[in-house]
Design a protein around this ligand. Structure first.
Ligand code: ADE
Length: 248
C-alpha cells in the first residue's frame, strides 16, 4: 500500500528530544516511519524558556520535595507546536489508556504528546489549555517519554498499511472487551504437552467456538475487572458460577 499524502503526525514535547524515535525507529513502527506512514517531530520544552538559565521548572508552591514544570514555559512550547492534533499529557493521574482510545487516536490526524518530568506540571496549565491527561498504568515512571512511546506504538501499528489485515483483526477481540485466546504452533507434542485436539480438527466452527470460550474463561479468571464490564458476563458475581463449572 502506498504511503498516505499526509502522514499521521506525532509531535512530542519533551526535555529529552534525543529519546525519540528511540525504539520506535525499529521493527514495525520503524518501517512505517521510513515509509512515511507517520512522522515524529520533537519540540524541546527548554527552547521555550525565557530566562538566561533556560529554566523550565521551579520549586513547588507550599513547599515539599521535587520541582514542578512551569506553566508559562510549557504553554509557550505547546502554542508554538500547535497543529490540528489533540494534545495529550502523559501523567500517572490521567485516564487509563485503552484500546478504544488508541483506535480513535490512530483514526485522527495524529497526536501532540506532552511529557512531564519531576513532580509534574503546574496545575494552571490544564485550566488554560485543552489537554487530555492519560496514564499507561498504575505505576510511576521517571517521566512521560516512555509512556509516550507506548501510546505511539499502540497507535502506529493500527495505521493503514502498517500491519497485515490478519493481525489488525486481532484487536477487535480485545476491543470487544475480552482477552485473546491462547495460541499454539508446531511441534504438535512438546515436553509431553499436546496441542488441544480441537485445533487439529480442521472444523473451523468448532475452533471458533473453542477460542471464544477460552477468551471468556481467561478473561474472567485473569481480568475480573474486564469481565465484569463485558456483556457476556450474565453472571457478574465475583465467583462467576456460570464459568466455574466448565473448568472443574
Ligand atoms: N508519567 C509517569 N508515570 C506515568 C504513567 N504511569 N503513565 C503515564 N505517564 C506517566
Amino acid at each position: 500500500m502506498a504511503a498516505p499524502a499526509r502522514p499521521w503526525q506525532a509531535t512530542v514535547l519533551t526535555l529529552y528530544p534525543e529519546m525519540f524515535p528511540g525504539p520506535l525507529g525499529a521493527a514495525i513502527a520503524g518501517r512505517a516511519l521510513a515509509e512515511g506512514r507517520w512522522a515524529c517531530r520533537t519540540v524541546n520544552i527548554r527552547d521555550h524558556a525565557t530566562d538566561r538559565h533556560r529554566s523550565v521548572d521551579d520549586t513547588p508552591a507550599g513547599g515539599g520535595p521535587g520541582m514542578v514544570l512551569r506553566a508559562d514555559v510549557v504553554a509557550a512550547a505547546l502554542d508554538a507546536a500547535a497543529d490540528d492534533t489533540p494534545v495529550l499529557a502523559l501523567t500517572p493521574r490521567g485516564a487509563p489508556l485503552d484500546q478504544p482510545r488508541v483506535r480513535a487516536l490512530a483514526a485522527g490526524p495524529g497526536v501532540t504528546l506532552l511529557c512531564g518530568r519531576f513532580e509534574g506540571f503546574d496545575e494552571r496549565l490544564f485550566a488554560r489549555r485543552a489537554i487530555e491527561e492519560v496514564s499507561i498504568g498504575d505505576y510511576i515512571l521517571s517521566g512521560g517519554e516512555v509512556a509516550a512511546m507506548v501510546l505511539l506504538d499502540a497507535c502506529v501499528r493500527l495505521l493503514p498499511g502498517v500491519m497485515g489485515a490478519a493481525q489488525s483483526g486481532d484487536d477487535e477481540s480485545f476491543e470487544s472487551g475480552l482477552l485473546e485466546h491462547p495460541h499454539y504452533t508446531r511441534p504438535a507434542l512438546w515436553e509431553g504437552l499436546e496441542i488441544p485436539e480441537v485445533l487439529r480438527s480442521g472444523d473451523h466452527a468448532k475452533i471458533a467456538a473453542w477460542r471464544l470460550e477460552r477468551s471468556r474463561a481467561d478473561t474472567r479468571l485473569r481480568r475480573p475487572d474486564l469481565w465484569q464490564r463485558h456483556p457476556d458476563a450474565a453472571d457478574r458475581s465475583p465467583s462467576g458460577a456460570r464459568y466455574q463449572k466448565k473448568e472443574e
